[in-house]
Design a protein around this ligand. Structure first.
Ligand code: C2G
Length: 462
């Protein structure tokens, strides 16, 4: 009996898929079809497959052409399968010519003519219209966004906006993307959605204008500096049926979701303490170290460190205490936020001029979870117990620099595929903005005191 094997995602099953399976079947007596898992597709850069693995398997089954259907979930599996199933022929479409020649060492490789003018990508595009997106701010985040966006189909970056013409122009030259200066409304007219990566204090205004103009918003954190402002933006988005997503990347990373599930599954008993730390020694000339009003450690990293605390203890804390170490300009180089709950406590530490161990520790009554730096991408975490010899290691999937998960969530929400906001809830964002407001008020008060003290010193000298 001649055995044939072929593989595919088979998303939005179409004529091209049917043709290849029909032809593959004719190459032998027994056809095995490998259908990819979401995990495997993500590993190879296909992030927004629409149909679930089960739906895709069902569609292959319904053709009646496969004698056996298997799951493909890891790199290197093809060789294993060929040997395990005693395969004579491996076949795949002509879009892969050359790629699988190495399998000739194990069986015969045949590339079949690909059906022209049809593909899952085309169908995805016709089902969901392409989202034309504009980037606000052409600083450090914009190039990263351009790079990671390539892995999310359905979002097309069409232009950028920068109030500063010089930096806009150099971005335009490098990335060949039209950049609008000065006229934000004109920029908005060309797009369906914005990604806001401008300085902290400008997020709110840009987001508000975009929402008022009927555009979806993905904003770097914090989207507003007071609870009222953030609430206003959410209400505006809800009223207009628009997506407003805050760019706290950790929330969308698959590993972070898995870590939360591990804790919530009860592995370490009842959670009593969550401690998260994120520090980076920023360049002394950087915005974080020089902008006296909107720089500093809190505005840079507090949201990331508060996230696991809110996720695990909720947003109804009893007390909050914020302490900062300030530099000579009054900027917080290191900030510690302590939250007291009925059931436990949380500490969030962040720094831009003080270095510490960047880790997340979740302490429970039966053990603890440790995620080492960069825990905010959550590529790995361990569960440990009283017995030091027992260590469970988790290494979740992770691709690129994490931004693609956030972009993919944004696209899914706009397309109505992902309605549930459990990864980052409005409640959590509002609780963060409440703490941001306390911090900003403290900063303002300290500035007032400093200036009164300065005036007095000057008066004393006179
Ligand atoms: N195909 C085709 N004609 C099309 C579209 C797809 O012949 N118009 C073929 C592909 O060449 C592939 C199969 O249909 O052989 C499944 O295509 P996809 O679902 O796009 O899966 P793909 O990413 O090609 O997976 O391990 C996975 C395999 O390597 C291929």
């Amino acid at each position: 009996m001649k055995k044939v094997i072929t593989y595919g995602t088979f998303d939005l099953f179409h004529q091209g898929h049917l043709n290849i399976l029909t032809r593959a079947k004719k190459l032998g007596d027994y056809l095995i079809v490998g259908v990819t898992t979401e995990h495997f597709d993500e590993m190879r850069g296909k992030v927004n497959v629409i149909d679930s693995t089960l739906e895709r398997i069902e569609n292959v089954r319904k053709t009646g052409l496969a004698d056996e259907i298997i799951i493909e979930d890891h790199e290197g599996q093809k060789i294993e399968d060929i040997q395990k199933y005693n395969i004579d022929v491996f076949t795949v479409g002509s879009d892969w010519v050359g790629t699988f020649d190495y399998l000739n060492n194990f069986c015969k490789v045949i590339y079949l003519e690909r059906t022209p003018d049809i593909s899952s990508t085309m169908l995805r595009k016709s089902r969901f219209h392409i989202i034309n997106l504009g980037i606000v701010g052409t600083g450090r985040m914009a190039p990263r966004f351009l790079e990671e966006d390539k892995y999310v189909s359905g979002i097309h970056i069409v232009c950028a906006y920068n109030i500063e013409e010089d930096s806009g122009r150099s971005f335009q030259n490098k990335y060949e993307l039209p950049v609008y200066y000065h006229d934000y409304q004109k920029f908005l007219e060309h797009i369906d959605a914005v990604y806001i990566a401008s300085p902290n204090e400008t997020h709110y205004q840009y987001a508000k204008q975009a929402l008022q103009a009927g555009k979806h918003v993905l904003s770097e954190n914090p989207v507003g500096l007071s609870k009222n402002d953030v609430e206003e933006l959410y209400t505006l988005a809800e009223d207009k049926n628009l997506v407003l997503l805050e760019g706290i990347k950790t929330a969308y990373c698959p590993g972070f979701q898995q870590l939360l599930n591990t804790v919530q599954g009860g592995k370490i008993g009842e959670i009593k303490d969550v401690e998260a730390c994120f520090t980076r020694l920023a360049n002394p000339n950087s915005r974080e170290r020089t902008d006296e009003n909107y720089g500093g450690a809190f505005l840079e990293y507090a949201a990331y460190t508060l996230l696991p605390i809110f996720k695990l203890f909720g947003t109804r804390y009893k007390e909050v205490r914020i302490d900062s170490i300030l530099d000579e300009k009054g900027l917080d180089v290191y900030t510690k936020i302590q939250l007291i709950y009925d059931q436990g406590m949380g500490t969030a530490k962040c720094g831009v001029g003080v270095k510490s161990e960047g880790q997340l520790v979740v302490a429970g009554t039966e053990g603890y979870i440790l995620a080492e730096s960069p825990w905010w991408l959550t590529k790995k975490y361990v569960v440990r117990y009283e017995n030091p010899d027992v260590i469970e290691i988790f290494e979740p999937r992770f691709q690129g620099d994490g931004l693609r998960y956030e972009i993919s969530e944004f696209a899914s929400k706009i397309n109505g595929l992902e309605r549930n906001a459990y990864k980052l809830t409005k409640d959590e964002i509002l609780a963060m903005s409440e703490i941001t407001e306390i911090f900003m008020n403290k900063r303002m008060e300290q500035k007032r005191n400093d200036s009164i003290r300065g005036d007095r010193n000057r008066a004393d000298r006179c």
